[in-house]
Write a protein that binds this ligand. Structure first.
Ligand SMILES: C[S@@+](CC[C@H](N)C(=O)[O-])C[C@H]1O[C@@H](n2cnc3c(N)ncnc32)[C@H](O)[C@@H]1O
Length: 244
């Protein structure tokens, strides 16, 4: 019964997709025909992508899990489609070190490992999540990059070769402030290009309050009507870089 329900709801979504696609044909054409990076999702698209990628990669990264940490947010994975477009937008290269800060069950870490990036690091304070992330990583087909995991707090991580920090609202303003200070100190020791991607940027005032970071792009939440981030935020993703 469960399987039948899964099958019929997926079929229903797949059948309705072209209908919504007609209304938002520009987005559809851009993403599926001209294969250019596209921002936004039409109804059912995020769900279908989540199902597709989770099956295709053989991963188990779903669910909402409370986190037992004073300034930590709950576990939830970034939708695959959003991750896919973020990674395309970042255009990672062999000199990049991509750090998924609060990697949870490893969805973003696993997806990034399939790009031509120098190295990927998943940082996570919860050993149980990290064990799942390790098991997930073993299953990822077409991995291109070496991956490491760091079991500890983001505030304890050594950022000295990090070039891209990925955050999906993992913690509160206090921790973010500590991390931003560490990044600045690390840049002073080792000047380099540094980018920050902040999904559901609840505490982006912290980034805005620095003098050394600039906001280079923002994707709005109304482009992703299906993805109800908590707490609600008109900004879905903001991209930052260290001023040169
Ligand atoms: C919203 S989940 C993000 C999962 C993953 N990055 C993704 O996008 O699929 C946030 C994760 O951050 C972790 N976390 C929260 N505070 C942390 C901290 N101070 N240091 C390390 N990990 C932390 C939580 O345990 C949780 O797994």
């Amino acid at each position: 019964m469960g399987l039948l329900h899964k099958f019929t709801s997926a079929t229903k979504m797949a059948m309705l997709l072209p209908f919504h696609g007609v209304k938002q044909h520009r987005l559809m054409l851009q993403r599926y025909f001209s294969k250019e990076p596209a921002i936004g999702a039409i109804p059912y698209e995020l769900l279908l992508h989540d199902r597709y990628w989770e099956n295709h990669l053989g991963l188990d990264t779903g669910g909402w899990v409370p986190v037992d940490l004073e300034d930590g947010m709950l576990y939830e994975a970034t939708p695959y489609l959003l991750l896919y477009e973020i990674l395309r937008h970042l255009d990672l290269g062999p000199k990049d070190v991509f750090v998924d800060l609060g990697c949870g069950k490893g969805r973003a870490t696993c997806m990034a490992s399939r790009s031509a990036v120098g190295r990927v690091v998943g940082v996570e304070q919860d050993e149980n999540f990290l064990q799942i992330a390790r098991e997930n990583l073993e299953k990822v087909p077409k991995r291109q990059a070496p991956v490491e995991f760091f079991n500890g707090l983001a505030q304890q991580f050594d950022f000295d070769d990090t070039t891209v920090v990925f955050l999906f609202n993992p913690f509160g303003a206090r921790t973010l402030l500590e991390v931003v200070d560490l990044l600045q100190q690390s840049l002073q020791r080792n000047p380099r290009k540094l980018r920050i991607v902040y999904v559901n940027p609840v505490h982006e005032m912290v980034l805005l309050g620095t003098e050394w970071l600039e906001n280079v792009a923002t994707w709005q939440s109304d482009a992703y009507p299906e993805f109800a981030i908590q707490p609600p935020n008109p900004r879905m993703v903001s991209f930052w870089q260290a001023k040169s």
